[in-house]
Design a protein around this ligand. Structure first.
Ligand SMILES: O=C(O)c1ccccc1NCC(=O)[C@H](O)[C@H](O)COP(=O)(O)O
Length: 210
């Protein structure tokens, strides 16, 4: 199985023009409070100019259904990524009202296998991410990857994909790939001075393909 690549936190037309030419299977936009938050109207103008990626992900954090619907009215997202403390009930509501794939981000911790088992029943994929100083996403910090094979097995039993996020970069991606994640999700590790960087992406993709 080839690893799926998700590049997240696309912030500008320049970022988008670069990311659309990469090997990414998914490109993510942050519609939550973050230095990477984007305006849906801008995102749509970039898509109209440069085309749509294989899959477009909208990242939300404890958003109301109305907020998600408002974004969907402007941006043709394929996947709703819930990156906060959304409950299983809320995920079901989002699925019923939005009719899109749902990816749930879960913070890595000692109950991660139980969490994947519970949330995996109402999600199309799970993203395991680091938590740091109250931040749930875009931390730039990796967690211990020893548990990755167990997480993959748990997801496979549920028939879903499991992505790994948090501090992945060209320098450490080979170590992670040895644990055979279904997908990897990167943001800060492919940036230089807050912008997506072509050299970092090319180096990363060479490491993945080798
Ligand atoms: O990236 C953010 O700023 C962010 C803010 C709020 C919620 C989610 C966010 N990012 C979600 C992602 O999918 C990131 O790719 C993931 O957290 C990994 O980020 P990094 O550690 O910088 O590679």
């Amino acid at each position: 199985m080839t690893v799926q690549i998700k590049y997240c936190g696309c912030q500008s037309e320049e970022d988008y023009k670069l990311l659309i030419e990469t090997k990414a299977d998914l490109i993510g936009f942050i519609f939550a409070e973050s230095r990477r938050e984007v305006d849906p109207k801008n995102v749509n103008s970039w898509i109209e100019k440069y085309g749509k990626p294989k899959k477009l992900v909208g990242v939300f954090q404890n958003a109301t259904l109305q907020k998600i619907k408002d974004v969907m009215n402007t941006v043709p997202i394929d996947i709703i990524q819930c990156h906060g403390t959304e409950s299983i009930h809320q995920l079901k509501e989002i699925r019923n009202h939005c009719n899109k794939e749902i990816y749930k981000a879960l913070p890595f911790g000692e109950n991660i296998i139980e969490d994947i088992t519970a949330y995996g029943k109402v999600s199309d994929a799970i993203i395991i991410d680091s938590v740091s100083q109250g931040r749930f996403g875009g931390t730039g910090i990796p967690f211990s990857w020893k548990e990755v094979p167990n997480m993959m097995k748990t997801a496979e039993r549920l028939g879903i994909l499991c992505f790994i996020a948090g501090g992945i970069k060209p320098e450490n991606v080979s170590e992670l790939l040895r644990q055979h994640p279904h997908g990897i999700d990167l943001s800060g590790g492919i940036e230089e001075n807050g912008k997506k960087n072509v050299q970092k992406i090319e180096t990363l993709e060479r490491m993945i393909m080798s």
